[in-house]
Design a binder for this molecule. Structure first.
Ligand SMILES: C[S@@+](CC[C@H](N)C(=O)[O-])C[C@H]1O[C@@H](n2cnc3c(N)ncnc32)[C@H](O)[C@@H]1O
Length: 340
């Protein structure tokens, strides 16, 4: 009984690191992971989140075409994070021999019902976190859609690599596997710009003295948006800050720090760095870029705020972006550096 009570306390503290800290204890190992899993579980259990993804036409067209191109009749397939089972259904209809549709959220009960309703027969639904899932034989293809607005913030890299290393046949495919991560200096449209409070002067009322009270909360320094009208233009030529191939990537290969250097090609006010990604499979691509009219609209984009500064054509700007853990944007830090 004592053991069970201790276990319960341990689990509570593991899933509530803030409570652990408040009690003066350090969070238990794995606490952040447990916290994240809980958030992920509750978010994706809701119809509202699933329907936003399903109604995203460029997203669904990309996955439908990518699965049609890659899954071959008879293939054994894992759908990591199946949600409503849509990618598993595409694979099944493509002739896959067996599809393992894994999800840790309650949405799975609806996925089972949908599969019966749509007469899918070779899909096995598994209610599990992917890291606790195994199969008797390895698979030919791993399907996933684990991309967050920050690309890394849904633990895509760790989850896909774990399955790849344990359960993918040599020569097996990950769909999608190729990613470009961007972090581009941008000017925000004048009517959307929200400067830091200490940069404001509202009809002669000056806020500069608040410069000494800069908030400590990292969230304050990020602006979240899915408003396509926010970004006026990129100041430089966009180029990937990181290029990833999940077929071969090891987590340790991700750098802790990235340097972003751009020559200004279109002058304007620097308001921040906008984070977005592209995913590719063969000649198909999916984009969350704020200036791409064909972008997949359900992804928001994030602007890492910087002090405003006017930049002219030919000026060179340089930033470093570092992360203790790329999967946790709270640990991301960015600062402007002096170009050499
Ligand atoms: C972005 S949704 C994608 C859903 C579906 N594949 C689609 O394309 O519409 C991610 C899904 O993965 C599930 N998920 C996230 N991480 C997981 C993990 N490690 N193991 C199992 N399910 C996971 C979530 O519950 C959610 O349903």
């Amino acid at each position: 009984m004592l053991w069970r009570a201790l276990h319960r306390v341990r689990e509570t503290l593991r899933s509530r690191p803030k409570l652990a800290l408040w009690l003066g204890l350090s969070p238990l190992p794995g606490a952040k992971d447990a916290d994240y899993r809980k958030f992920n579980l509750s978010l994706f259990s809701r119809f509202a989140e699933q329907e936003r993804m399903l109604a995203d036409r460029p997203r669904m067209a990309f996955y439908h075409a990518a699965i049609t191109q890659t899954v071959k009749p008879g293939d054994r397939v894992i759908d990591l994070g199946t949600g409503t089972g849509i990618l598993a259904a595409f694979a099944s209809r493509r002739g896959a021999g067996r599809v393992f549709a894994v999800d840790h959220s309650e949405i799975l009960k609806h996925a089972r019902r949908l599969a019966a309703h749509n007469k899918l027969e070779n899909v096995e639904f598994i209610s599990s976190h992917s890291r606790d899932f195994t199969t008797a034989e390895p698979v030919d293809v791993i399907l996933h859609e684990q991309m967050g607005d920050f690309l890394f913030d849904e633990a895509m890299v760790a989850n896909v690599i774990d399955l790849r290393d344990r359960l993918l046949k040599p020569g097996g495919l990950i769909v999608p596997a190729i990613f470009d991560f961007y972090c581009e200096p941008v000017m925000v449209r004048a009517d959307r710009r929200v400067p830091f409070i200490w940069e404001l002067n509202v009809h002669g009322y000056d806020y500069a003295c608040l410069d000494r009270s800069r908030p400590q909360d990292p969230g304050y320094y990020r602006h979240n948006s899915s408003d396509l009208g926010v970004v006026d233009h990129f100041l430089g030529e966009p180029s990937p800050a990181l290029a990833l191939d999940l077929q071969t990537l090891r987590e340790a290969d991700l750098p802790r720090e990235i340097r972003i250097r751009r020559t200004v090609v279109q002058e304007g006010t620097l308001d921040g760095l906008v984070v977005f990604f592209t995913a590719r499979t063969g000649d198909l691509s999916l984009s969350s870029s704020p200036i791409d009219p064909g972008r997949a609209p359900h992804w928001g984009f994030r602007i890492l705020r910087t002090e405003s500064a006017f930049l002219s054509k030919g000026d060179v700007i340089e930033f470093t972006l570092s992360a203790d853990e790329w999967s946790n944007p709270e640990t991301w830090r960015w600062s402007q550096t002096q170009p050499a």
